[in-house]
Ligand binder design. Structure first.
Ligand SMILES: Cc1cc2nc3c(=O)[nH]c(=O)nc-3n(C[C@H](O)[C@H](O)[C@H](O)COP(=O)(O)OP(=O)(O)OC[C@H]3O[C@@H](n4cnc5c(N)ncnc54)[C@H](O)[C@@H]3O)c2cc1C
Length: 268
């Protein structure tokens, strides 16, 4: 595929940008916050959308990473240095050029009538939800965030959260906040919420589904599946939903919770 092909097939005015790293620092063990100078993408991005990053090393496919935050011409990503792609990314220094495509996908939708938003972030799920919280606070919405992590050192730092939100921390081992899972706290905050927005690992969603924790409250979730092109071309991330086959990269990654056929979704 030539670079021009990439430019031709990107969706929704997505841009192909060689942008520059402003900073790249470890904010939790193995988790990095990178700021990029990427005006074309930052100015169009909406919460829940993502970028595809060309990583170096032995990686062939671009890696999908959520847009964590934007600030005028800059955008941030928050990523875990898991495998070859993200570990390569974690070693890149400021001023290094990075090849990205975005913004891609369909993000979260907040209705004008929604006044009280409940956000549920499981682990790295805080990445796109910070952007959503930023936008909601600037629109005068009340935001409550259930922020879960395995243990204290993996809790996203409070000083990096948007001002003006209510945050309830849970840790699996009780080393910080309330001992337990984010989903344990859901019922306590559900009544006051007009809408729920979640991002987290598959077991978090499965717990919500199996125990009917949402009690029919409208909820949007971001699905993380393996994807290759990120642009709706390869059909590698197709899932079956109540509205037929959907591509997570193009139709999602954000879906209504009730649209997902949870019993069929075996491989996330
Ligand atoms: C829409 C979307 C948004 C994402 N946003 C973020 C983000 O903001 N921050 C972040 O850290 N990660 C995010 N991810 C996950 C991220 O894309 C993968 O972790 C990344 O591709 C790993 O690349 P790698 O080369 O480092 O690891 P690889 O060598 O490819 O894999 C390392 C490990 O991660 C697992 N893995 C890889 N990709 C996925 C995946 N998509 N889902 C589950 N497990 C996976 C592998 O099974 C393996 O155990 C997102 C994924 C999607 C689809």
């Amino acid at each position: 595929m030539q670079e021009n092909d990439i430019d031709n097939i990107t969706q929704n005015n997505a841009a192909h940008s060689i942008c520059s790293i402003i900073s790249n620092s470890e904010v939790m063990p193995g988790v990095f916050l990178m700021w990029l100078e990427a005006a074309d993408i930052a100015k169009k991005a909406k919460p829940g959308q993502f970028i595809m990053i060309q990583c170096g090393g032995n990686t062939l496919f671009r890696r999908p990473i959520s847009i964590h935050r934007t600030e005028e011409s800059k955008l941030a990503i928050l990523y875990a240095g898991l495998g070859s792609g993200t570990q390569w990314l974690s070693k890149q220094k400021e001023h290094t050029p990075i090849d990205i495509l975005g913004p891609l996908g369909n993000g979260y939708t907040v209705n004008n009538d929604d006044k009280n938003l409940l956000l549920i972030a499981g682990g790295m799920g805080i990445a796109p939800l910070t952007f959503l919280a930023d936008a909601a606070v600037s629109q005068g919405k009340n935001v409550t965030l259930l922020l879960g992590a395995q243990k204290e050192e993996m809790v996203f730092p409070g000083n990096l959260l948007p001002d003006g939100i209510k945050c309830i921390v849970t840790t699996d081992d009780g080393s910080m906040g309330i001992k337990g899972r984010t989903t344990d706290m859901l019922s306590a905050y559900l009544d006051e919420a007009d809408r729920v927005f979640a991002c987290g690992p598959a077991p978090m969603y499965r717990t919500m589904y199996k125990n009917n924790l949402l009690m029919n409250k409208p909820c949007q979730i971001s699905l993380e599946v393996r994807m290759a092109c990120g642009m709706g071309v390869c059909y590698g991330c197709t899932i079956n939903t109540r509205h037929g086959l959907k591509q997570v990269c193009h139709d999602g990654p954000v879906f209504d919770f009730d649209d997902i056929l949870w019993d069929e979704l075996v491989d996330i």
